[in-house]
Write a protein that binds this ligand. Structure first.
Ligand code: PHE
Length: 461
């Protein structure tokens, strides 16, 4: 294991960590994925399950993941190895690095759409489609164009590589600080426009009145996967960011702030999209194209839409960029720390490899759209495998690791650093974290994973 000789870079401030970690968490997961999985999985009942997963499983595991990083100041593989000395656990870190690769490969394809829509809205093309079905057709036309989809995907990968190449503080922290609040504000505008559209009530009903008839074992898995995906959890991104965090700062309060911000943005995006979807008669279950079908119509109907439209897609692309950076950073940190590579070499090699792996995902929306494995196209398969299987499994292993390998008491000593005041005032929080990390989180994730494989059904449970 290479021990870094120079002192490890650290965030400039506590705010630096929170903004960068929130930058990782907030991205396409909130604004693109959340609305479309809610749409496909029946609305409000799904949201309730998702919120429960976030609170009961997400928060305790997020605290644990950041803590492992801060304690060891290493990449995921090095971190697990340092705390356990075991190859198995180093391998768990390795699974995270692999998940990061795979996620980035399809994530950057979708981010490319957002970048492409910046051009569409500047050129005015986007606003030719006041009729909702035409906006959807236009989206299909664009994504059917192989050059368009791969071109923007490649462009987005180059942007991501450029920022990771520039290094931790300069590249990542600075970017996140400015843009996120503006994005949030703009989403709130879009939400207000959505709510005030005629016919938006049906959308609110879809979001507020739970219909449990859509809920199955799969629903739980997808909600859990969405909670992990949107919080960038279970594959070491938060661990890696935590490794640059100071021991003077409180892990639990930072984790809570990130989670609240992330959840608030997803909910605002959900309201914005579904009020508009129902008001314009679009299909709530349209899948990955949902926001690209809906938003152009909303901007058309919004005073100043020609102005807000491009800004929105610029900010969405930046939000995607701050998430993509965190994915590439995990891979980079691993090769720099463990294999002694230079940062530049790691970025160029793995950025390029990610691009190659992403090509079949990009083609899933055109030439490969009919090629399916287990009923999913390549994009769908990589998304399902990473978000719904690898991330929750990673989370399960993180909880088990803290509770039974690293051992809870040792973890607690680390957790208290920077959080003395919080725990002195609320000693109950320690017991809660203990119960959740030792029992609830691992058992619940295990049950959801098991249920989704159908084993419980076979056993008649
Ligand atoms: N959380 C990011 C988003 O919501 C995606 C992501 C997943 C980033 C996993 C890093 C790790 O857009």
């Amino acid at each position: 294991m290479a021990t870094p000789s120079a002192p490890r870079e650290q965030w400039g401030s506590k705010l630096g960590f929170i903004l960068a970690a929130a930058g990782s968490a907030i991205g396409l997961g909130n604004i693109w994925k959340f609305p479309y999985v809610v749409g496909e999985n029946g609305g409000s009942a799904f949201i309730i399950i998702y919120l429960l997963c976030t609170a009961i499983i997400g928060l305790p595991v997020l605290v644990g993941e950041i803590l492992i990083g801060r304690t060891t100041q290493r990449n995921p593989v090095g971190a697990f190895r340092a705390l356990s000395g075991s190859r198995f656990w180093a391998g768990v870190g390795g699974m995270g690095v692999a998940a990061g690769f795979l996620i980035l490969s399809f994530y950057a394809v979708i981010a490319g759409w957002s970048v492409g829509y910046i051009y569409e809205s500047f050129s005015g093309d986007l606003f030719k489609y006041a009729d909702p079905t035409k906006a959807a057709v236009h989206f299909e036309e664009l994504t059917h164009d192989v050059v368009w989809i791969i071109g923007y995907f490649g462009f987005f990968m180059i942007l991501t590589m450029g920022l990771v190449y520039a290094g931790v503080q300069k590249g990542i922290e600075r970017g996140s600080k400015i843009m996120m609040p503006v994005l949030f504000l703009l989403l709130i505008f879009v939400m207000i426009r959505g709510i005030t559209m005629e016919g938006s009530g049906a959308g609110l009903e879809f979001l507020l009145k739970p219909d449990w008839s859509h809920v199955s074992g799969q629903t739980f898995l997808i909600a859990l996967g969405q909670a992990f995906f949107t919080l960038s959890m279970g594959m070491g991104a938060m661990l890696t960011y935590g490794s640059y965090m100071s021991k003077k700062d409180s892990v639990p309060s930072s984790a809570l702030q990130i989670l609240l911000l992330d959840t608030a943005i997803a909910l605002v995006a959900g309201i914005a999209i579904f009020t508009s979807v129902f008001a314009t008669g679009l299909d709530a279950a349209a899948g990955p194209g949902l926001i690209f079908h809906t938003l152009p119509v909303v901007f058309m109907k919004m005073p100043g839409g020609e102005f807000f439209g491009p800004i929105f897609f610029i900010l969405l692309s930046i939000a995607a960029l701050t998430s993509a950076i965190s994915l590439l950073e995990v891979i980079t940190a691993y090769f720099v720390d463990e294999k002694g590579w230079t940062r530049h070499r790691a970025v160029i090699v793995f950025g390029s490899v990610t691009f190659l792996i992403g090509i079949p995902s990009a083609l899933s929306f055109n030439v490969l759209s009919d090629t399916t494995i287990f009923g999913l196209n390549f994009f769908g398969l990589v998304d399902y495998l990473t978000a719904n299987i690898m991330l929750p499994l990673g989370g399960l292993l993180i909880a088990v690791f803290i509770a039974y390998v690293w051992k809870f008491d040792k973890a607690l000593i680390e957790l208290k650093k920077g959080a003395e005041r919080l725990f002195n005032k609320n000693p109950l929080l320690i017991t809660l974290w203990q119960i959740f990390i030792k029992f609830f989180a691992p058992v619940l994730i295990f049950l959801v994973l098991l249920h989704s494989t159908g084993i419980l059904d076979v056993l008649g449970l």
